[in-house]
Design a binder for this molecule. Structure first.
Ligand SMILES: CC(C)(COP(=O)(O)OP(=O)(O)OC[C@H]1O[C@@H](n2cnc3c(N)ncnc32)[C@H](O)[C@@H]1OP(=O)(O)O)[C@@H](O)C(=O)NCCC(=O)NCCS
Length: 153
């Protein structure tokens, strides 16, 4: 049975998963303690995510990852759906920033996010080494957003 827990202590125990989505640990350190962390279990651990507050209307999904061997089984989508529901009473909008790869853009669009804006050169200006996903070098950060649709905040 699927269970989603909020993780308050010892978040670094999930570093292997966090690094799947964000391969430089000091970049993870910038947000890891700033918001909420969730872990999805289906018997054992499958996925994690981290969400931080941005302003009174907006929160941001900073990291989401599913263990490679369990990807494509719906765990990521289930976790996004859970956090969108969880935050809809507190925030109007959820943002997510990602490198420009067809897989991550289609994952977020499939979860109901729409493209918003881009931070030019973010990946080359903020990481200490070039980041590649397969053959694609990540250059810009692409932001997508989702209206959480919680009418009665
Ligand atoms: C992105 C990620 C979190 C998705 O988690 P997941 O558990 O595999 O997601 P789901 O199984 O719920 O997939 C949801 C949808 O996205 C699609 N999708 C997921 N991963 C995909 C991939 N690598 N390529 C293409 N489509 C993908 C699935 O096909 C699915 O669509 P469908 O339901 O219409 O078939 C996971 O692939 C991952 O951990 N990737 C490495 C880390 C990463 O890149 N994180 C995001 C960085 S911004």
């Amino acid at each position: 049975m699927i269970k989603i827990d909020m993780i308050t202590r010892n978040r670094k125990q999930f570093l292997d998963l966090l690094l799947l989505a964000d391969e430089q640990e000091d970049m993870i350190d910038r947000y890891l303690e700033k918001g909420d962390m969730f872990a999805l279990y289906d018997d054992d651990l499958k996925s994690i995510c981290v969400v931080v507050p941005i302003d009174s209307d907006t929160c941001e999904l900073k990291n989401i990852a599913t263990y490679e061997k369990y990807q494509g089984r719906g765990y990521g989508r289930t976790l996004v759906s859970y956090i969108c529901d969880y935050y809809k009473k507190d925030y109007k909008t959820m943002l997510v920033g990602t490198g420009e790869t067809p897989a991550s853009l289609s994952f977020y669009e499939g979860c109901g996010f729409q493209r918003s804006h881009r931070l030019k050169n973010f990946m080359i200006d903020n990481y200490d080494h070039p980041i590649f996903v397969g053959d694609i070098q990540l250059i810009d950060m692409i932001y997508l957003k989702k209206d959480l649709g919680g009418g009665d905040r």
